[in-house]
Design a protein around this ligand. Structure first.
Ligand code: IVH
Length: 685
């Protein structure tokens, strides 16, 4: 049997943890760092593990419990969970306010508590002597389902009420919601696993709360906001709704921070406008606002009609979701050549704007949602997010609905479209030739790590394209001073400077040139590996997929991209023109890996160095035969750490990869034969 001191310490820890939960989850204002909170939690866990007899069901360690054995039990609500009447316009709101004032026999403006109307699912929580004993869904308003085990996993729901004057019994009502960010992450994960996605945060919240396994609910980012007291015993309740919300807050329950007291219809409308403006920046979805007569005695006098109070009304925002028809599906070509299916819709007013296009992202998405041309679909536009098709209304599918087919040729340039197995995205292989890709391709070509054409920035590239002076990268080398002086903010001197920079860029390296071509997935490191391996552009151009895969670090996907690129006649034409314009490099020497002191070693750089930039350090290491990579793996020889290193340092430590500081790097560069100290010596053996 645990002694008194253990029981008391456990209780003290629980009280502290509950308090810090409240600060963190309810007030969003933590008082202690996470590490300190974790320490309290671990201490309590250890005590309870050593003395299982002291565990109480509402201990903060017990949020995730066992599954209910026979599904959810039905529970009858103490007080029915009612619904609200809606209004959609100022007139309807004025009519409501008129009915309220007539019912009360008052002429002056009525005070209303105004609240966001959260878009989740209604939940009733019952506390007895401050302990959470029940969580129930609304059900039909009279009988709901007992979801206590799931509700307990929601961190913003206290398992025990805080503070003084706790009611003997309290039935509190509120909305369980899933924040938009959490909803997106959940769907992203589902998409990756090929599982079904939730249509919207409300469905996700409902689906999460109705999981039979509370461990699943516990992993879902749910929150609860309380908005009303259903019934309270053994406590003096405040005389206004606003006052009662304050009481709930005092007991540690979460109440929206957006609740305001307003005067009359004008106050309501003002609140409606302000919340409307805020709507898209709130972390969770609201579908309107709710006005409630603030005085409780007035609420009682007004009473209810059928199942809704006469003293409250919901003022709805324009819907986020509407139904419309798909007229066609077209394909847009993005900057990397990605073909994006876009549904052309019968225009529909949704989320406050008229929508006539919705992205379908990629063919996987089209297939998963089984969207067909002429289908009726649910379109959703929430916040600044681009409109999307949520689902197809299968019951309305017309007999002539047509499947969407991926075009074999790019709709912009006619080049072949490829969809590599395992990739969701289909791409145009037109590369430098495809106008849709050209703009970005030219910017990339001119960039510092590619051809390094000084003075040819993004703005200038855009002007050159818009004026029709440059279509493909080879056109850059045909520009003249006369062409350039016609551009905005371009004097003869700047024009000459640019021509000089273009001339200078012609002397380059094979690696830079390969990188500049902008082949998919061919970054700097891959371009260098290709240059070192093939040592001539002709050999690279002719290489088979097998030969490409033989290059270190080149896998089947990248090999396929490279191979396809060099099979496109337009790409070859542009390359020939570039060579004709005078682009040249010295053929890299045959590799002599053994001769280079750092051959076979791979380094990762993170954080800021003092004596040089990370790039310079990388170049120096590579000159000694090392490879420089962007990510840490078990094969990494060492991670070189400067000031303010990123997650790469943590990863290195986790994998046991050696870490070098700047001094270590300098020593290595000065005397590379020494390796990286003891560990390096071992690696060399
Ligand atoms: S009060 C007697 N306040 O809207 C009044 N409801 O259509 C009971 N809701 O089932 C509801 N935010 O799920 C109230 N601030 C809020 C609300 C709210 C969302 C939901 C609730 C209710 C539905 C009524």
């Amino acid at each position: 049997m645990a002694d008194k001191a253990v029981v008391e310490r456990a209780e003290e820890l629980r009280r502290q943890i509950e308090y810090h939960n409240y600060r963190y989850y309810v007030l969003d204002d933590p008082e202690i760092p996470d590490a300190e909170y974790d320490r309290l939690m671990r201490e309590l866990e250890a005590l309870e593990a050593a003395h299982p007899e002291i565990i109480i069901p509402n201990s903060p360690t017990q949020r995730v419990g066992a599954k209910p054995r026979d599904g959810f039990r039905e529970v009858r609500h103490d007080m029915p969970m009612l619904s609200l009447n809606n209004c959609f316009s100022e007139e309807e709101l004025r009519a409501f306010d008129r009915r309220v004032r007539e019912g009360l026999g008052v002429e002056s403006a009525v005070e209303y508590a105004s609240e966001p109307k959260l878009d989740g699912l209604a939940i009733s929580l019952v506390y007895e002597d401050g302990e959470l004993v029940l969580g129930a869904t609304r059900g039909d308003g009279y009988t709901g389902e007992d979801v206590t085990a799931n509700v307990r996993t929601i961190d913003s729901i206290p398992l025990r009420l805080l503070g003084d004057g706790i009611p003997k019994r309290l039935d509190v009502r509120g909305e369980v919601v899933m924040p938009i960010a959490g909803f997106r992450a959940l769907n992203e994960a589902a998409r990756k696993k090929g599982e079904k996605e939730f249509a919207n945060p409300r469905n996700a919240a409902a689906g999460s709360l109705r999981q039979l396994d509370p461990a699943v609910t516990a992993r879902r980012p749910l929150q609860m906001y309380c908005y009303a007291i259903g019934r309270a015993e053994g406590v003096e309740l405040a005389e206004t709704h606003f006052g009662q919300l304050e009481q709930l807050r005092g007991w540690g329950l979460r109440v929206s921070r957006e609740v305001r007291l307003v005067e009359g219809v004008d106050g309501c409308l003002d609140y409606y406008r302000r919340m409307g403006e805020k709507r898209d920046s709130l972390p969770f979805e609201i579908d309107g606002v709710v006005y409630k007569v603030n005085r409780i005695d007035w609420q009682e006098r007004l009473g209810y009609v059928s199942r809704a109070p006469r003293w409250a009304i919901a003022h709805k925002f324009p819907a986020h979701e509407e139904m419309t028809q798909v007229l066609d599906v077209e394909f847009q070509v993005g900057r990397t050549g990605a073909l994006t299916p876009v549904a052309r819709l019968k225009p529909v007013f949704v989320g406050g704007v008229t929508v006539s296009n919705a992205t379908l992202h990629n063919m996987d998405e089209v297939e998963r949602k089984d969207v067909r041309i002429r289908d009726w679909v649910i379109v959703r536009r929430a916040g600044d997010v681009i409109p999307e098709i949520v689902s197809v209304v299968l019951s309305k599918r017309p007999p002539d609905a047509r499947k969407v087919v991926l075009p074999k040729k790019c709709p912009v340039c006619g080049s072949a479209v490829v969809r590599i197995e395992g990739e969701a995205v289909a791409r145009c292989t037109g590369g430098l030739y495809c106008p849709a890709q050209r703009r970005e391709a030219i910017k990339h070509f001119a960039s510092r790590k590619a051809m390094d054409i000084e003075g040819l920035g993004d703005k200038l590239v855009e002007q050159l394209i818009d004026r029709g002076l440059v279509e493909h990268v080879d056109d850059l080398y045909r520009l003249t001073v006369d062409d350039l002086v016609k551009l905005e903010r371009m004097g003869p001197k700047s024009a000459q400077n640019l021509i000089d920079a273009l001339e200078k860029s012609k002397q380059t390296t094979l690696a830079r040139f390969i990188y500049a071509l902008g082949i998919r997935e061919v970054g700097e490191a891959t371009a260098r590996a290709l240059a070192a391996h093939f040592r001539s552009l002709d050999r690279l151009r002719e290489a088979s997929i097998e030969e490409l895969e033989a290059v270190p670090d080149i896998g089947p996907v990248v090999a396929k991209h490279i191979h396809t690129f060099f099979r496109q006649p337009h790409n070859l034409e542009v390359i020939d023109n570039l060579l004709e314009a005078g682009i040249r490099w010295e053929e890299p020497e045959a590799p002599e890996p053994e001769a280079q002191p750092l051959a076979g070693m791979t380094f990762v750089l993170t954080g800021a160095l003092e004596s040089m930039t990370r790039e310079e350090a990388g170049e120096k290491l590579m000159a000694l035969g090392a490879r420089v990579s962007g990510s840490v793996s078990k094969k990494t020889t060492a991670v070189i750490v400067g000031d303010k290193p990123g997650s790469k340092l943590a990863k290195a430590e986790k994998l046991g990869v050696p870490v070098l500081d700047e001094q270590g790097l300098l020593a290595l560069l000065k005397d590379p034969e020494r390796g990286i100290g003891n560990k390096g010596d071992e690696a060399d053996e």
